[in-house]
Design a protein around this ligand. Structure first.
Ligand SMILES: NC(=O)c1ccc[n+]([C@@H]2O[C@H](COP(=O)([O-])OP(=O)(O)OC[C@H]3O[C@@H](n4cnc5c(N)ncnc54)[C@H](OP(=O)(O)O)[C@@H]3O)[C@@H](O)[C@H]2O)c1
Length: 290
């Protein structure tokens, strides 16, 4: 008979125990992650509901809005609970036309860290991901030594506790680790976008958290007949199955699904409780290789 497994619920991130089901705040800004949300009270309600439901890992950036999601997080949650780990990122800025532009010069990194400190209302940032901008959704090989060195200097100054990387290759992780300890990597990955399969396993061995962005497919959530079939068979929603598959994928995978809806947030949080059998896991695994 096929065994069912429930994924582990916690992992150590930046020396703290976090629930593997976190929350990504990007969807709280206005359309195109630009400008204010349509309903500010609803955005605040989502953040408060997340924390009161046990989420203690929130992903943000000062370039969401820009500044908007950090202001919302501060308004909703400051003074922050002791166990909350807020992960922000630097490396990009927004054009007036809402475009995403690289901001990886050492001075831009320093400025971004100070912007995050001020807008989140903290003296030190828990984790800062250095977002490499080679190609917007896919990592490209290039040295990141200068950028990591700039962020490590801010860590030495006590402004940043831990460093993570985003949109990077395995070689870039190795290069960065020679400069500073790396606690997490945030790349695009989900049930049907599996380019990082090898990196997930490599980081699991190194006890570095892997935090997929677009875990549900991002701006166009995953649609797959196979996923819907599995979801119906086990009495869950397709989005819940996509999330719990990620939790089963490797112990170092931490989730930050984004939503602007309390209903979706509750649904996503419940996904962490779903047990999957070996047969169902194999069926889902095959979808990513189809
Ligand atoms: N490092 C990077 O470069 C990078 C890039 C992108 C994102 N991120 C981070 O990763 C986080 C996650 O990515 P994301 O928010 O862009 O994409 P996502 O989590 O893959 O998907 C978000 C989309 O799914 C919808 N959704 C969420 N829960 C749902 C549910 N239960 N049922 C149906 N639809 C649902 C949301 O709409 P509703 O609002 O209607 O729920 C939204 O349209 C972001 O919030 C951000 O913090 C990082």
């Amino acid at each position: 008979m096929s065994q069912s497994h429930r994924p582990a619920t916690t992992y150590t991130l930046a020396g703290r125990t976090v629930s593997r089901m976190g929350y990504g705040a990007m969807q709280l800004a206005g359309p195109g992650v630009f400008g204010p949300p349509k309903d500010r009270d609803a955005a605040i309600a989502v953040l408060r509901e997340a924390v009161s439901s046990g989420v203690n890992h929130i992903d943000t950036s000062d370039f969401y809005g820009p500044h908007i999601t950090n202001h919302l997080i501060r308004e909703a949650l400051h003074p922050y609970p002791d166990d909350l780990v807020i992960v922000t990122k630097v490396g990009a800025r927004r054009g007036e036309d809402a475009s995403w532009l690289p901001a990886l010069e050492p001075e831009a990194i320093r400025q971004a860290v100070h912007d995050n400190l001020r807008n989140l209302g903290v003296d030190v940032l828990d984790v800062v991901n250095l977002r490499i901008m080679g190609d917007i959704h896919a990592p490209t090989e290039a040295s990141i030594e200068r950028e990591v060195t700039a962020l490590a200097e801010l860590q030495r100054q006590g402004l940043v506790r831990h460093i993570g990387l985003s949109n990077v290759t395995s070689a870039q992780v190795a290069q960065a680790r020679k400069i500073a300890p790396i606690v997490c990597v945030q790349n695009q990955y989900n049930l049907v976008q599996r380019g990082d399969d090898a990196l997930v396993d490599e980081l699991a061995e190194q006890e570095i958290a892997y935090v997929p962005f677009f875990p549900l497919g991002g701006f166009s959530p995953i649609q797959s007949a196979g996923l819907s079939r599995v979801a119906e068979a086990i009495g869950a929603t397709p989005m819940q199955v996509a999330l719990v598959w990620l939790l089963h994928r490797a112990p170092n995978v931490l989730l930050i699904p984004g939503t602007s809806s309390v209903k979706h947030l509750r649904e996503n949080i419940k996904a962490a409780q779903i047990a999957l059998s070996d047969v169902v896991l194999a069926e889902l695994d095959a979808l990513g290789r189809a």
